[in-house]
Ligand binder design. Structure first.
Ligand SMILES: O=C(O)CCC(=O)C(=O)O
Length: 258
């Protein structure tokens, strides 16, 4: 069975990450990475930012993400600087997500330097918060900065992981499905014009449906494996924080970005 490795931070080992990178397990799940109270505090701050944002009543995310700026480098780094104040409003220092998530990697990969990705003097976006309301789903897709981010030095990493911190769960739906299919170039013929891939791409693949994720849980996946999020049902939005992790073996560097 293709099953996630689940446990508290102290139960996760370096070899679990090797298994994830090799596609031998679909995910690493760390339950209660944040407490329910911490998630409530974060959700309230996100709600107040949403309410004060009169320009966009359908705010679906807070933060800047690289793949929306694959060819707009200057704009990307400018937006990242502008977002800083909002990030500080949402997270007090003791629950700052880069500090918490990087700590996992610092412990398991002590010979590696761990930080937010930088290019020259520019810092990448450290994470993105997604606020997905009723009816929203994320189609079958993969994330691969080596292919999609060729304009950035980040594309030279050896391996990419994706960390998803759940801040508020939806009442129903919003499940993460990971397919046992690693993207390769020839899969591009199944790519949709806007975003994602036609379902034929995974028609013969086993999958792992992760439906037990609650606020506070951290899911780590290998995003080069096709994955999707099912339609959100019920009134409560699904709020999650996403951060990619890149591993440069040669430089013994681990970097985070969104
Ligand atoms: O929110 C999730 O569970 C997965 C998000 C996602 O599709 C991604 O990080 O690429």
């Amino acid at each position: 069975m293709w099953m996630p490795k689940q446990g508290s931070c102290s139960k996760i080992t370096r070899s679990d990450f090797q298994l994830l990178i090799q596609g031998k397990i679909p995910a690493i799940i760390i339950k209660n990475f944040y407490s329910k109270n911490q998630c409530d505090e974060i959700s309230q701050k996100i709600n107040s930012i949403q309410k004060s944002d009169f320009s966009n009543t359908k705010l679906e995310h807070i933060g800047t993400f690289l793949m929306a700026h694959a060819t707009k480098r200057k704009e990307y780094f400018e937006n990242v600087k502008k977002d800083k104040k909002k990030r500080q409003e949402i997270f007090s220092t003791d629950i700052e997500p880069t500090v918490r998530i990087f700590k996992i990697f610092k412990k398991l990969f002590p010979e590696y330097e761990v930080s937010t990705a930088k290019e020259l003097k520019n810092e990448f976006s450290p994470y993105i918060i997604r606020i997905h309301k009723k009816g929203k789903s994320i189609p079958i897709h993969k994330d691969n900065v080596k292919y999609e981010g060729r304009e950035y030095k980040l594309s030279k990493i050896d391996s990419q992981l994706s960390c998803i911190l759940h801040i508020q769960e939806s009442e129903k739906g919003g499940e993460l499905i990971i397919y046992d299919k690693n993207w390769s170039m020839e899969d591009e013929k199944f790519r949709k014009i806007d975003f994602g891939y036609y379902p034929e791409i995974i028609s013969e693949s086993n999958c792992c449906r992760i439906s037990n994720l609650k606020a506070g849980d951290l899911a780590i996946i290998n995003p080069n494996y096709f994955h999707q999020v099912t339609k959100i049902e019920g009134e409560a939005p699904r709020i999650s924080l996403g951060m990619f992790i890149g591993i440069f073996k040669k430089y013994q560097q681990i970097v985070g970005w969104a």
